[in-house]
Design a protein around this ligand. Structure first.
Ligand code: HEC
Ligand code: HEC
Ligand code: HEC
Length: 191
């Protein structure tokens, strides 16, 4: 298992897509006061463009939201639940957001804690069609998810490490120890 984890971390460190993320996590961990890069220093915006001053810097907006230690340093679930933000189901429609409150326990995790996938925290922002049936089958245990595929940007890795919290946060997904399921009633993923 240790060597698998080493392999995972090595892969994270060497993949060009994720190295920035890993760096962000490592450098952000000791820092309690979160810091965001100015647009002028982000390597994407032209620092000499006179229009730059009209754009809001990320820190100005994000520092007002509940803090997190990883990714873009915002705890988006808390931001939603505490009413800081109120996402819509579409640009122009007023259809209410459709929330599905079910959990799936994915248990092909070797000796690591199992993965609890919560539909609620995902359907707060995402439509069913964002995941079904292209990324995941809507049948527990039907999708052949593995950590290697996730690290390659498939399955959970389509979003985690890209637009949602990074893959270095193992225990946010691997959150259910093997001896502690009696209190939840998830649908088990049968290997
Ligand atoms: C975004 C969620 C997520 C994160 C973050 C995550 N994992 Fe996983 N991991 C999964 C899922 C989902 C599976 C597959 C479970 C299944 O199919 O039953 C898995 C499976 C595994 C397995 C089982 C073997 C295999 O090849 O699938 C190992 C070992 C593992 N992960 C290690 C890690 C380590 C180490 C980290 C942190 C560096 C990590 N995981 C971070 C979701 C995650
Ligand atoms: C972020 C991705 C994501 C979104 C969005 C999502 N699902 Fe799922 N869904 C999953 C995953 C992952 C599984 C487990 C697949 C597996 O085990 O192979 C699953 C499983 C299911 C299942 C089978 C297990 C069960 O609970 O019976 C159903 C039904 C389902 N989803 C319906 C929905 C519906 C309806 C919506 C929209 C309201 C939705 N899902 C939104 C990822 C998602
Ligand atoms: C289509 C995009 C997408 C996919 C695919 C996806 N997620 Fe997420 N996930 C999100 C977003 C967006 C959030 C909320 C923002 C954040 O926490 O980064 C989230 C949040 C979570 C949370 C945090 C819940 C909380 O209460 O803090 C967990 C756990 C999680 N995802 C696990 C998974 C696992 C496991 C998979 C694969 C089986 C997966 N996700 C696939 C987009 C996705």
């Amino acid at each position: 298992m240790v060597s698998f984890i080493d392999k995972v971390l090595l892969k994270l460190a060497t993949s060009s897509l994720n190295s920035g993320v890993l760096l962000l996590v490592l450098t952000s961990m000791p820092a309690i006061a979160a810091e965001w890069q100015l647009l002028a220093n982000d390597g994407l915006h032209d620092p000499n463009n006179a229009g730059l001053k009209w754009l809001q810097n990320p820190g100005n907006a994000l520092s007002r939201l509940p803090a997190d230690s990883a990714g873009n340093k915002v705890d988006w679930i808390r931001a939603f639940e505490d009413g800081y933000i109120n996402p819509r189901s579409g640009l122009n429609n007023k259809k209410p957001v459709k929330i599905l409150d079910s959990e799936i326990l994915l248990n092909n995790t070797g000796s690591l804690p199992r993965v609890l996938f919560p539909h609620r925290q995902h359907t707060m922002w995402l439509d069913c069609s964002n995941c079904h049936e292209k990324i995941f089958k809507s049948k527990a245990g039907a999708t052949p998810i593995t950590m290697t595929k996730i690290l390659e940007g498939k399955y959970c890795g389509v979003c985690h490490g890209a637009v949602s919290f990074p893959l270095t946060e193992c225990n946010r997904c691997h959150s259910v120890p093997w001896d502690n399921t009696a209190d939840k009633k998830p649908i088990a993923h049968i290997p």
